[in-house]
Every structure is written in C-alpha cells, then in structure tokens.
Design a protein around this ligand. Structure first.
Ligand code: UD1
Length: 361
C-alpha cells in the first residue's frame, strides 16, 4: 500500500486539506498520515477548521508555534525529519505557500521522497514577500505540480518546469461547490452582528507587508473608517498584536466592527452577503470571486490574476486614497466564468496520483 504524508500547519492549508483528504479516501486505498506543524495553534486558527470541515485529527503535531520565517522553517525541518524516517512515505503532499509548505518540501526532497504541491505555479514576483520565497522553494523541489490556474502552468513553464504539471483547478473551492447549504442561511450570523445583507463590507488584513509596516496599516484602517457602510474586520492575531503594540486602536472608529478570527462557514456567509470585500488574503479573494462578490485588494499584487482579468477584483494597495477611489467607482462585471475550478479539483488530484504510482511500479 502506498503511503502519503500530508503536511499542513496554517489556516489556509486546512481548507485545502479537507477536500483533498476526502477525495484520496474515497477514490484510492493509500495510507494517509496527517502532520500538523503547529504553525497555527489557537483554537480559531486551527482546531475549528478540523471540526467544521470534518478533517481527521492529525497523526502528528510538531508544535512549532510562532517565530520568524527562518525559525519556523528550521524547526519544522528538525522535527519533520524523524517523522519521515519513521513513516517512510512514498510521497509528501504540501499545500499553498506558507513556511510549513516550503519546509516540508525541502524535508521531502532531501530524503528523496517525491513531493506533490497543491496550488503550484503561483507567483507574486517579489522576493521580499515571505510567501513568494515559499512558492519558489517548493516549486523548485516538487515532483508533481497541481496548478489551480492556467497562469500557474504558464509560470512553471517560464521557469523550465513542464513535467508532471497538471491544471486541476483550485481545491479550496471544492468545499464551496459541495456545501452550499452551509452558507445559504445567513440570518443568524448577520443578526449577531446587527448587519443587513449587502449593506456592509467584509475585511481581513494579515500580510507581513501590511502588518509590519505601520503606515500601511494606518492607511488601510483610515480607509475602512471612511466607507459608506460598516466594515466587519475579522482580525488575524498578527494584526491584533501590531494594533496593540503600536497603540493604533484609535484608528478603529465606529464604522469598523472588529471580530475575532472566524470559523470557515461564518466567513463564507459574511463574504457572500457583503457588498464588497477588502483583503490581502489570496484565499478570501478566491472565495469572494466564487460568491460573485467583488474584492478590493489592499496589497500591491496578487497571484490570482484570472480574477483581476475578469474584473471581479482590483488592486488598490495599502493606500487610503486608492481604496476609497476604487470602492466608489467599482462596478461589478456582467460576466462571471467561475474560472477557478469546477468543484472536482481534489478528485482530479487523487486520480493523477493514482496514475503516477501505477506508472512508477
Ligand atoms: C501564515 C502564512 C500566510 C497565510 C496565513 C493565514 C507564512 C509565511 N505565512 O501567515 O501565507 O496566508 O498564515 O493565516 O507562512 N498567531 C497566533 N495564533 C496562531 C497563529 C499565529 O497568535 O494560532 C500569531 C503569532 O503572534 C504569530 C503571528 O500570528 O507570530 C503570525 O503567524 P505566522 O504563522 O508566522 O504567519 P501568519 O501571519 O499567520
């Protein structure tokens, strides 16, 4: 029996793991071992996703916790190596672009184990972004590349990677295709926050370029405070920490409704019923696109260029003026091609891995 070690550690990876593990279980007989690096550890950043998305409990938790990119990567390397030696997997599967992704890819490659990368090929073309370093390292070392978009395939080809590259669509959206009933009754969630559908904005902000640069964070919060409808701001722990360490709470005016990190289904309800989304999270931009809600990107770039091309999102950057200008003039496009996947991306991945092992025998 072939064994796959699936390594996750941060919030966006749990969302990708859920459909992939379901598809692998339903369509293959591989042995599956989940390793949680412990990069995210608060209940609302980790366990809530395992519970809400019915993900099996991890077999290992490396309890890496918080720290710099170098600390997290090196601690994962040290702690994951003996797990790989004990489990002897036939493949290591990694997701997205976090420190857990690149560390696990490096660990697998060093031990000569094929690495499968889910969400391969995406680029932001700026090596000052921690996630970009993780993307580049992971794709340099992977064996199988599962790309969510044609741009992913093209980026890999431009860097000379053409073998075992597959356009599968985005696995994160599989969950939304399959569970529409979970976000079709918004009342309870909206009532709790005293909101009416399409009469508020939904916002998140956690990228290092925005939370480590106080001016950027100030510009973003100033814009939130001036919008024509209230802004539900689901605050990531990193952002919360920056706000309190720099005494920036005065920028949270009456127009901003602060919320702790939310569960996955409440997040979907709040995105779907919002007038627009403001975010620097790639995951939220995709989810907003799925729900046909426009996004204003409060970062300088995005890897989800298909959504920009379809005009469902626009890049404002961390500028008060640009955010306000784009929000005022934004018109939702008439067309929506649901071009990020058909809800069967994880099943395609399971089939490709099955074929890979059959040919390898
Ligand atoms: C990480 C990923 C990012 C992903 C994001 C989703 C990297 C480089 N970044 O960013 O790609 O979009 O997760 O959330 O891997 N913290 C807590 N509790 C937690 C987790 C984090 O309090 O459960 C705080 C700690 O103060 C920590 C800070 O958040 O220092 C940042 O966490 P970290 O895992 O380093 O990066 P994220 O900003 O979450």
């Amino acid at each position: 029996m072939k064994k796959i070690l699936l390594v996750v550690g941060a919030r966006p990876q749990f969302v990708k793991l859920a459909p992939v593990i379901k598809a692998l279980k339903e369509t293959t007989s591989f042995g599956l071992t989940i390793v949680h690096t412990g990069q995210h550890y608060d209940y609302m950043m980790s366990q809530v996703f395992f519970t809400e998305l019915a993900i099996p409990e991890p077999n290992y938790n490396l309890e890496v916790g918080s720290g710099s990119q170098i600390f997290q990567i090196s601690d994962i390397l040290t702690k994951l190596t003996p797990v790989i030696q004990a489990e002897k997997p036939d493949m290591i599967m990694v997701f997205g672009d976090t420190n857990s992704t690149s560390a696990a890819a490096l660990c697998g490659a060093v031990q000569q184990i094929p690495v499968a990368h889910v969400e391969a090929g995406l680029r932001e073309f700026d090596k000052s972004i921690p996630e970009e370093i993780n993307k580049l390292v992971t794709d340099a070392l992977a064996t199988l590349y599962f790309c969510p978009t044609p741009t992913g395939v093209k980026n890999l080809s431009n860097s000379g990677i053409t073998d075992h590259v597959y356009l599968t669509g985005d696995v994160g959206l599989d969950l939304l295709f399959a569970n529409r009933q979970k976000f079709s009754n918004p009342e309870q969630c909206l009532d709790k926050l005293n909101l009416s559908s399409k009469k508020y904005y939904f916002a998140t902000c956690h990228r290092a370029s925005n939370t480590n640069n106080i001016d950027n964070l100030k510009n973003i919060l100033t814009a939130f405070g001036q919008l024509d409808y209230p802004v539900v701001f689901a605050v990531h722990p990193r952002t919360s920490k920056t706000l309190s360490e720099n005494n920036l709470q005065h920028l949270i005016n009456k127009n901003i409704i602060l919320s702790e990190p939310l569960g996955f289904w409440d997040t979907q309800i709040l995105i779907k019923n919002s007038k627009m989304v403001l975010t620097d999270s790639g995951g939220i931009i995709k989810e907003a696109y799925f729900h046909k809600v426009p996004s204003i990107i409060i970062d300088k770039q995005t890897e989800w260029v298909e959504i920009i091309d379809e005009a469902w999102a626009a890049i404002a950057g961390p500028s008060t003026e640009n955010i306000l200008k784009l929000m005022t003039n934004f018109e939702s496009p008439l067309n929506h091609n649901q071009s990020l996947g058909d809800g069967r991306s994880a099943v395609k991945i399971a089939q490709i891995i099955n074929e890979y092992f059959q040919h390898k025998k």
